[in-house]
Write a protein of this length. Structure first.
Ligand code: 8Y4
Length: 283
């Protein structure tokens, strides 16, 4: 299985690690001066040296309760970092739900658009449909970031998430986006209780029989805190365990903060030759 992106056709026979690069004021900020860009690019290089296969660069916090950022501000934060990151020789993903950001990032040559809103914003679908080859990640979210954790309700969360993702994928395909460009993501933590999230992990195989590769992001999320009683900065072991469980259950790409630890764990998992991932050792 492959993921077609702008510059790279990514082989998903082995699980891939997407490293998270947040370009928000609380991450690499000296108040918007050039130091922010340098710090973000230094972080990119570090994640690559640790074994990241893809870098996901975003300028808006999508944590529960976070307030939306204006387009101009997001462009100002993210574009200089994207420009530098595109010279690092690895696939670069833009984490944004805004069509203006997508247009600017695709014009720079970005490889993947990762949209937590699955291209539901006005003009978003048109941006990727107009591009000949960029990769897209469609993520499920119930509600919107500001209010999504208020009272998430599902009948069957796995079925509803799967049906939504396949419907969005079909819409993109009808708009001209080739199937090989599309990856699905259940959106762990986005309008879901801890119980919903763990059910999505336990029954993750049900999201694989749809023919599209699966990307999953458990890294440092609050469901892991609910289980371990630990805060966001102390969830690395839980995050690595969740990433391994997701890969064991067939995930093709894991989105993580702690690249070095995840890559180490995947090496051991691979050497253990466990079945799973289509039943083939290492496949
Ligand atoms: C601590 C740190 C606690 C970060 C929570 C968080 C996903 C994603 C996010 C995901 C895809 C996050 C942009 C949320 N999560 N994109 N983005 N899949 N495709 N929260 O699961 O990391 S941001």
């Amino acid at each position: 299985m492959f993921w077609q992106t702008t510059r790279f056709r990514i082989d998903l026979a082995q699980p891939k690690v997407m490293g998270i690069v947040n370009v928000t004021p609380d991450s690499f900020s000296d108040g918007g001066r050039y130091g922010d860009v340098d710090a973000a690019l230094a972080h990119c290089r570090r994640l690559l040296s640790e074994g990241a296969d893809i870098l996901d660069i975003g300028g808006e916090s999508s944590r529960p309760g976070a307030h939306p950022v204006g387009v101009e501000e997001e462009l100002r934060r993210v574009l200089p970092v994207l420009e530098g990151a595109l010279r690092l020789g690895c696939p670069i993903s833009i984490d944004s739900a805004k069509s203006e950001l997508m247009r600017a990032a695709l014009a720079l040559g970005v490889d993947i658009v990762n949209d937590i809103n699955a291209f539901r914003a006005p003009g978003a679908l048109e941006q990727v449909a107009a591009h000949p080859s960029c990769g897209v990640c469609l993520m499920h979210m119930q509600g919107e970031p500001r209010s999504m954790q208020a009272e998430p309700v599902y009948g069957d969360v796995v079925r509803e998430v799967g049906d939504f993702l396949v419907a969005r994928a079909e819409l993109l395909r009808h708009a001209g986006v080739a199937a090989e460009r599309i990856v699905l993501d259940p959106g762990i933590g986005f309008g879901k209780t801890a119980a919903h999230n763990f059910e999505l992990l336990q029954r993750q195989d049900a999201l694989l029989h749809r023919g599209y590769p699966l990307l999953v992001g458990w890294s440092r999320k609050s469901s892991l805190g609910a289980l371990t009683g630990r805060g966001p900065s102390d969830r690395m072991a839980a995050s690595v365990a969740a990433a391994l469980a997701a890969v064991q259950r067939g995930a093709h790409i894991v989105r993580v903060h702690d690249v070095a630890a995840t890559v180490d764990a995947l090496k051991v998992w691979h050497a253990a030759g466990l079945p799973g991932r289509s039943g083939t050792i290492g496949a």
